[in-house]
Design a protein around this ligand. Structure first.
Ligand code: ASP
Length: 338
């Protein structure tokens, strides 16, 4: 039996039209746009209803407040529907998916984010398939977590990253296998029984505070002395995107000096610029300085997951030491658990 699905339209290319300034979301009734996909109204389709964010946005303009609004829409409609499809721009979809995966505590229904690289208003588009299959996946109820469905694959939301700005397979999950592939049938590769083992589950939404968080990408020759103010004063948490397994330039300009210049409460999470693999602090001399500076290993987490996990743990009101501990623990499948 297929469940009933709520589609939440938030904006993105899927519903955009061409304006004098380029593609932009049109604030009208999105159901009119959906009429371009007659199959949606076919009797074989699971039943669905549509609501939309106001205003709808290019996802580049989204932030914590939008994540809170989307989570609130899910919370307000949670009992009436069996699954949720969030139509979203691709640019920050991996961030929203990661954030929601933490915010929606005790989730026991599918929440599928999708969108498209080509708007529905174009004859040739990827919106149709992405949307129809996402609705079916949400109605089937096999996955009970936040995912992205795009270009034929269903991937865990907090393992996803946008990989292509123009290809129709726009997202990858480099450190975790796809949860399903859309072939003739939808072939799930999903551990059954998760739902049962955690019953009863009552959704609780942890809304996020707009605390200052930063991401810094290191590069050869970076001079940390220019970052001292940022590293020490301005942020509650900083994700540092390092080389390879967590390596960072050392020498006189090293980060340890910059970080320990002042006592502060900032939490430094070490992620890698490599999409695949894991951070391994202490493997090289060039990462030992980060261990000495109390850097928290992001292991195999994406930057998107690490950043939104910081928002989540800070918003929950944990102490600094608890946050440091939980950053390395597996909360929603976002990080490897050895
Ligand atoms: N800029 C658009 C957005 O993220 C890109 C897209 O949807 O593909 O909203």
């Amino acid at each position: 039996m297929m469940g009933k699905v709520l589609i939440i339209y938030t904006g993105g290319t899927i519903g955009m039209t061409k304006s004098s300034k380029g593609y932009a979301p049109a604030d009208g009734d999105f159901e009119d746009t959906l009429k371009r996909i007659p199959e949606l109204y076919d009797s074989q389709m699971p039943s669905w209803e549509l609501i939309q964010l106001s205003p709808v946005k290019d996802s580049s303009n989204m932030d914590v407040h939008d994540w809170n609004r989307i989570a609130e829409m899910i919370e307000n409609h949670y009992e009436q529907y069996d699954g949720f499809v969030i139509l979203h721009g691709t640019d920050t979809m991996a961030y929203t998916a990661s954030a929601l995966s933490f915010m929606l505590e005790e989730l026991s229904k599918p929440v599928i984010l999708t969108g498209s690289q080509i708007p529905l208003c174009e004859i040739r588009n990827d919106a149709r398939d992405n949307l129809i299959t996402s609705i079916v996946i949400a109605a089937q109820g096999v996955v009970n977590e936040v995912c992205i469905f795009f270009g034929g694959s269903l991937i865990r939301g907090n393992r996803s990253t946008k990989y292509s700005s123009d290809g129709l397979i726009a997202f990858l999950s480099p450190n975790y296998p796809a949860l399903a592939e859309a072939a003739i049938d939808i072939q799930y590769n999903y551990p059954q029984g998760i739902k049962e083992s955690h019953l009863p589950r009552q959704l609780h939404v942890q809304y996020l505070l707009d605390v200052p968080i930063a991401v810094i990408k290191v590069f050869p020759g970076i001079k940390f002395k220019y970052y001292t103010e940022i590293l020490n004063h301005n942020f509650r948490g900083i994700v540092i995107e390092t080389f390879g397994a967590g390596n960072i330039p050392g020498g006189a300009e090293n980060i340890e000096k910059a970080i320990s210049a002042k006592d502060n409460d900032t939490i430094y999470v070490i992620c890698s610029q490599c999409p695949a693999g894991s951070v391994s602090l202490g493997q090289y001399e060039t990462s030992t300085i980060l261990q000495n500076a109390e850097g928290v290993s992001g292991l195999d987490m994406t930057t998107e997951a690490a950043m939104t996990k910081l928002y989540y743990l800070i918003s929950k009101g944990y102490e600094r030491s608890e946050i440091i501990d939980l950053m390395e623990k597996n909360l929603r499948g976002e990080i490897r658990s050895d």
